[in-house]
Design a protein around this ligand. Structure first.
Ligand SMILES: Cc1cc2nc3c(=O)[nH]c(=O)nc-3n(C[C@H](O)[C@H](O)[C@H](O)COP(=O)(O)OP(=O)(O)OC[C@H]3O[C@@H](n4cnc5c(N)ncnc54)[C@H](O)[C@@H]3O)c2cc1C
Length: 447
């Protein structure tokens, strides 16, 4: 199969170099962000144009090869690389262009969040996305996309106006609410199941000054801090964003305000007095620095696992699960991190997009982080156990982008049976052979 693939890739018309074992850059490009993932594809291509993408998709389809599509390479389970098949690495396609009259931005499928923020933020605009700047726009958007601006402006998909997609049949289509409403519904949360997105078009939103309060509470007062936090977080305006992270050393609370600057201190300061011992303060920061403050902690090649879910509220049971689980964390970098949702995310109904979980008040993530392969088993086991404990308070629906396990049940659980069937019908139309299967996979089902 791989000789067929290589023959197809070297046949007339292919303009991008084919990187195979022995090539000086093979090791560099076969690697992905999660150091646990160590795979050896037969070939890697790095397209520069939509036509290059179309040819590579055709080569994989005709040779019956496994195809891994890579945006930013940050999939926890390592979906964007593979053994033996073809890696279609879009990182050379990261161009961005802004339409200042329409207030829209076009972003190619290999761009990173930092590329997007650096194009928008200095001009006073924002597209709501995630919180680590080396994450890929493509994978994040196709699953939903949540971060500091989500309560104010919704998920990343809520700003999506359209996308250019190369389908399994090798067609290049522009997908929007007008051209193909069902596929537009599916790509807003359905992951990379339906084709390769070569370009996204987003609506931009205004972004004023950003004020951030950040405090660390010692473990001894963490529980009390969290119990106070959940009351203070209630009924906050949607310009307010909140994250808390439990580690073996305590509870870190970050509250951000992007609304009217004169009230920032009044809104944020109460999060510095949740319990005794809070150390930190409030200051104005650049949005770009907020977006990259965790880049080093979540650097490439460390070892990661995660399991996430939605809470309606931070119940007593959830607080217990957080502190009981973190007490057994396998490394000091491991964490349970929680982002407040609601606001604009919940303005959209669950039926309107494939993303499922609009009613959630919070998204939680249990994430062991470690550096040695010798610790793989115990770190993954902790992540699973902590995730199971936190799941006891979870509502139905889930976020496919932050689940390191890749069993078929993950997608079914995330979307629920009814939505999964709708996605499966769409998959049967767009990709009946399941060429795009390295993702939280929707298996094609004929209606
Ligand atoms: C450090 C870190 C921080 C994160 N922070 C956030 C956060 O704040 N908010 C949030 O919502 N999520 C966050 N995530 C989760 C993130 O959304 C997912 O990991 C996402 O899949 C990453 O996208 P990627 O393009 O970098 O990954 P990749 O591994 O390249 O791709 C992920 C999936 O998308 C598919 N895909 C990639 N590009 C394309 C394309 N152009 N067309 C079609 N399919 C494609 C791949 O085949 C794969 O199935 C974070 C992840 C990490 C590792």
């Amino acid at each position: 199969m791989s000789s067929l693939l290589l023959r197809e890739l070297s046949s007339g018309g292919h303009r991008c170099p084919v990187i195979t074992v022995g090539h000086q850059d093979y090791d560099k490009y076969r690697r992905v962000w999660n150091g646990v993932v160590d795979r050896h594809p037969a070939a890697i291509v790095r397209p520069k144009s939509v036509d290059d993408v179309r040819r590579a998709v055709h080569a994989a389809a005709i040779s019956g090869s496994l195809l891994a599509v890579r945006g930013g390479g940050h999939s926890f389970p390592g979906f964007s690389t593979c053994d033996e098949g073809l890696v279609l690495d879009l990182s050379e396609m990261n161009a961005i262009s802004i339409d200042r009259e329409a207030l829209t931005i076009d972003v190619e499928g290999g761009a990173l969040l930092g590329d997007l923020d650096r194009a928008t933020v200095p001009e006073g605009w924002v597209v709501p996305a995630g919180v680590v700047s080396h994450t890929g726009v493509a994978g994040l958007t196709l699953g939903g996309g949540m971060g500091w601006a989500s309560r104010r402006y919704g998920l990343t998909i809520d700003s999506l106006l359209g996308a250019e997609i190369v389908t399994a049949a090798g067609e290049i289509v522009w997908v929007s609410a007008n051209t193909d409403p069902e596929l537009f519904w599916g790509i807003r949360g359905g992951g990379g199941n339906f084709g390769v997105v070569t370009r996204f078009r987003f609506k931009m939103h205004s972004l004023g000054s950003v004020v951030v309060g950040q405090w660390n509470y010692p473990s001894a007062h963490g529980r009390e801090a969290l119990q106070t936090l959940r009351d203070r977080a209630l009924r906050q305006p949607r310009d307010f964003a909140l994250n808390f992270t439990a580690t073996t050393t305590g509870l870190s609370v970050t509250a951000a305000w992007t609304g009217e600057a004169s009230v920032a201190h009044a809104i944020l300061s109460p999060f510095g007095t949740l319990a005794e011992g809070g150390v930190g303060g409030v200051k104005e920061v650049s949005y770009l620095s907020l977006q990259s403050r965790n880049d080093e902690e979540y650097r490439w090649s460390r070892r990661y696992y995660c399991k996430g879910g939605f809470w309606f509220d931070v119940t007593d049971e959830a607080v217990d699960a957080v502190f009981q689980s973190i007490a057994n964390a396998p490394t000091s970098h491991s964490e349970i991190s929680v982002l407040q949702l609601g606001g604009a995310v919940s303005d959209v109904s669950d039926e309107a997009t494939a993303y499922t979980g609009r009613g959630a008040g919070y998204y939680w993530l249990a994430e062991p982080i470690w550096d040695s392969a010798a610790d793989d088993d115990r770190c993954v086991a902790w992540g699973r156990d902590a995730g199971n404990a936190l799941s006891n308070s979870s509502i139905t629906g889930n976020y496919i982008n932050e689940q390191a396990d890749a069993a078929p049940a993950v997608a079914l659980d995330a979307y629920g049976a009814e939505k999964y069937q709708r996605l499966a019908r769409l998959k049967a139309r767009l990709d009946p052979q399941n060429l795009f299967r390295l993702n939280q996979n929707i298996t094609p089902r004929h209606p």
